[in-house]
Design a binder for this molecule. Structure first.
Ligand SMILES: *Cc1c(COP(=O)(O)O)cnc(C)c1O
Length: 619
């Protein structure tokens, strides 16, 4: 049974059943494909985003439990706190769950913009921390004061001296209630990976040493030093190598101690930002991260304790803002396969003539006579013949039927060779799979649902939801339904994907992308006007599970009006054109049909809507 690396990336959250289906490894262990079929019975088609809140809970408790354990081992005196950075996923189907689940941990929210701050102020549990990062105008600072007045435990992290000036100017308006003040420090240690711009001396964010000194002087001068509670840094997302983090911790620990020596009496906290990496790899030869959560926690606690002891200051309270690590696993994107493109490459499709060009006949013989012993040699000959035949076509010596026979025969030869040579781990064989890829057309938009694949080349684990105990598989490339050639996940010989040969007229075949709960949703764009997919929350209970909070993908009229079109305009235009067309006799039927389309989402349908508009007499 091929496991698609599930043991590497799924952390035991998903598994494969005896009968070859991917199951949620929890409660009644339902097969995901059964959940999907249940949803489709409700007349919902297109891609589905399944949310599993129990996985949010697992990740949150994992973080708290791990840090608490390490704190105990080291007798660490500072506290451990965490907030969820809203930019990672602001969707209500996620945020409402995280706030509910986070309550008992005192888990808070991080906001990076006014809209996120307002979302945090409305949803965060009173008493759980709110941290605010990013560039702030005066309005955002006023919001921070308001949040403090509402009873929120809020810390405004200052990114520049002007923000501090705004705080000073607002004090008089808020009768003594002041949000906690944090300072974002600029580290020498550079950021990491493709997100490197968040850390390092040239980073977009943070105060230099001189600015830190100026800030502390300013706080002293305005009697605000008591509100200065936290320093903050964030070296980037998906920290795959632990080494830069350790460097950053040493630097931050020393800055903490120095600022305390400068008189920052209430400075108690270091906020490490986010960056805890997720293992996305499906391949045991290429892990994406080189550390575990335990190692991360050990390093944080050990290093901060060590510096505090040596500099003789209190051990700092720790805040982390890990988002990806908390959110990624909770969401699974299911995309139905609509079509296999090269199903026509079968022996039946050959249109051999009575007299074929000699090379075509030879190709046929190679195909027919290939056996285990000669497979590799015949394969080489076949590819060689193909090159010659294609040149002959370009020069006008053979016709398009010959060319088609060539393509089909070479495809058949490669497939036969691969079958005969199975188990032989020739690098060449994998390279050759590249040439006989099956292209799977998936009912989803890469731009909408996996923007980080498109924008950053970030890979996500992908696998079929069933048939996992069936062998015969094809090297696969995946195509989405946008008409953009970037909407493709091509076959990668270093990380090859093999999928089943299915007859979609007889059965459904679904692929699932895992770990899509972080960043993908709001970063997704409506390229070709494909909207956020239908989402469903799967809640486990004593009787199995129930499907909740079903939010169907926006319909076409909604999508158009969202980008600024007037709905009535669109409807009126269409209706007028139908009414004025002399080619349409049955207006009522045409209007009704138009209505159905407007109220549908824009993803493709496999079933045919029942209507009688295009009856013979109306053509
Ligand atoms: C983006 C961001 C985070 C979250 O990073 P993850 O890699 O998702 O953990 C945390 N803090 C700040 C300041 C950020 O900008």
């Amino acid at each position: 049974m091929q496991r698609y690396g599930i043991d590497i990336w799924s952390k035991g959250y998903f598994d494969i059943s005896q009968d070859g289906k991917v199951v949620v490894n929890f409660g009644s262990k339902p097969a995901i494909v059964d959940i999907v079929n249940k949803v489709r019975e409700m007349d919902i088609s297109g891609p589905l985003l399944l949310r599993f809140p129990h996985l949010i809970e697992h990740q949150i408790s994992l973080i708290y439990d791990t840090f608490n354990k390490v704190q105990n081992e080291f007798s660490y005196k500072g506290s451990f706190n965490a907030v969820f950075p809203l930019k990672v996923n602001q969707y209500p189907g996620f945020v409402q769950n995280i706030v509910k689940i986070g309550k008992k941990y005192n888990y808070g929210l991080e906001a990076g913009s006014k809209a996120e701050l307002i979302l945090a102020m409305s949803h965060n549990n009173i008493g759980s921390p709110i941290t605010v990062n990013g560039f702030k105008d005066n309005e955002m600072i006023v919001l921070g004061f308001l949040a403090a007045k509402m009873g929120h435990n809020i810390t405004l992290t200052i990114e520049g001296i002007n923000e501090l000036e705004n705080i000073v100017n607002n004090i008089k308006n808020f009768e003594g209630v002041v949000p906690n003040i944090g300072l974002r420090i600029r580290l020498h240690s550079s950021g990491i990976g493709i997100w490197a711009k968040s850390g390092g001396i040239n980073s977009k964010f943070g105060l230099t040493s001189l600015e830190l000194i100026t800030a502390v002087d300013m706080l002293k001068k305005h009697n605000l030093l008591e509100h200065f509670k936290m320093i903050h840094f964030h070296i980037g997302s998906q920290i795959e190598d632990i080494a830069p983090l350790k460097k950053a911790l040493r630097e931050a620990g020393n800055i903490f101690a120095e600022l305390k020596k400068m008189g920052a009496v209430n400075l108690t906290s270091i906020n490490l930002g986010g960056g805890l990496a997720v293992e996305y790899s499906q391949n045991s030869e290429s892990y994406h991260r080189n550390y575990s959560l335990e190692e991360y926690a050990n390093d944080v606690i050990y290093l901060l304790q060590d510096i505090a002891r040596r500099k003789n200051v209190e051990e700092p309270d720790i805040f982390i803002e890990s988002g990806r690590f908390v959110a990624a696993s909770h969401a699974v994107l299911v995309a139905p396969v609509l079509e296999l493109f090269s199903k026509e490459y079968s022996e039946k499709a050959l249109r051999l003539k009575k007299d074929n060009p000699p090379l075509v006949s030879e190709l046929y013989d190679l195909y027919r006579d290939m056996n285990k012993k000669n497979a590799l040699e015949f394969l080489h000959d076949g590819i060689d013949h193909m090159e010659s035949l294609l040149t002959l076509f370009d020069l006008g010596y053979i016709d398009i039927e010959d060319r088609s026979n060539t393509e089909i025969l070479v495809n058949l030869i490669i497939k036969k060779a691969l079958k005969l040579l199975k188990g032989k781990n020739h690098k060449e064989l994998i390279t050759i799979q590249d040439r006989v890829q099956e292209r799977y057309l998936l009912n989803f938009s890469l731009f909408q649902s996996l923007p980080d694949y498109w924008g950053l080349g970030q890979s996500f684990p992908v696998m079929p939801l069933d048939k996992l105990n069936e062998k015969d598989k094809r090297s696969a490339s995946l195509w989405d339904i946008t008409c953009d050639s970037d909407g493709e996940i091509s076959f990668d010989i270093n990380n090859p994907l093999f999928l089943h040969d299915v007859n979609l007229e007889e059965e459904d075949y679904f692929l699932a992308f895992f770990l899509v709960g972080a960043y993908q949703e709001t970063m997704g764009i409506e390229h070709n006007l494909f909207a956020h997919p239908t989402e469903i929350t799967v809640i486990f209970n004593d009787n199995g599970y129930e499907l909740k909070d079903i939010k169907e993908s926006k319909n076409i009229l909604e999508i158009l009006s969202e980008i600024g079109y007037d709905r009535d305009d669109i409807v009126d235009n269409l209706y007028n054109k139908i009414n004025n067309s002399s080619l349409i006799k049955e207006k009522e039927k045409a209007l009704k049909l138009m209505d159905i389309f407007l109220k549908d989402n824009s993803y493709l349908k496999t079933d045919i809507i029942q209507h009688d508009f295009f009856d013979k007499e109306n053509r």
